[in-house]
Each structure stands twice: as structure tokens, then as C-alpha cells.
Design a protein. Structure first.
Length: 95
């Protein structure tokens, strides 16, 4: 991706990670590492992060989804000059 020098990156992440048992704090920490590395190469890069939505077959993960999205909102508040959240409620809001 870096050779194309994108101005905007749209990311959906989280569900496979926390569905596999990874801690939400760690997921956001890893995302921060990725974004920091990318912005070192592309300092004007803007990131749009899609919030996670509760998938019908994964309703048991509801609390993790809410926690992950809350952590993304905190991350956005700290990095709002380049990081934006787009709230999704279901797959149809992405398509």
C-alpha cells in the first residue's frame, strides 16, 4: 500500500481478533503501532476506522463489541487531527 502513497486509509478491524480471544486494549495498541508506523512514512495520511457492529451469529460478543467501540472513541478523541470513526450498525452501512 505504501508505494501508492494514499491520502486516506479506511480500516475495519477487531472482530476476528476479539472473536479469537484477544484483549481489546491490545487490539487498539496494535492498531496504534500500525498507524504510527504508516504515518511516519506518510505523515499526511488520514485514517477512517469503521466501528465494529454486532454480527447476528456472534451475539455472545456484544460486550466486547461495545468495549472495542468505546476504546476506538477514546482513541479518536486523542488523535482527531488524523483519525476519524465511522459508526456502523450492520454490514449494510458499509456496502
Amino acid at each position: 500500500m505504501l508505494p501508492y502513497e494514499p491520502k486516506v486509509l479506511i480500516v475495519m478491524s477487531g472482530s476476528n481478533d476479539y472473536g479469537g480471544g484477544t484483549n481489546n486494549a491490545l487490539i487498539v495498541e496494535l492498531l496504534d503501532e500500525i498507524y504510527t508506523t504508516m504515518r511516519e512514512v506518510l505523515p499526511d495520511l488520514k485514517v477512517i476506522q469503521l466501528t465494529e457492529f454486532l454480527q447476528p451469529k456472534r451475539t455472545q460478543l456484544g460486550e466486547m463489541v461495545r468495549d472495542f467501540n468505546a476504546r476506538l472513541l477514546m482513541y479518536e478523541a486523542e488523535n482527531n487531527d488524523w483519525f476519524t470513526i465511522t459508526r456502523c450498525t450492520n454490514i449494510n452501512t458499509i456496502c
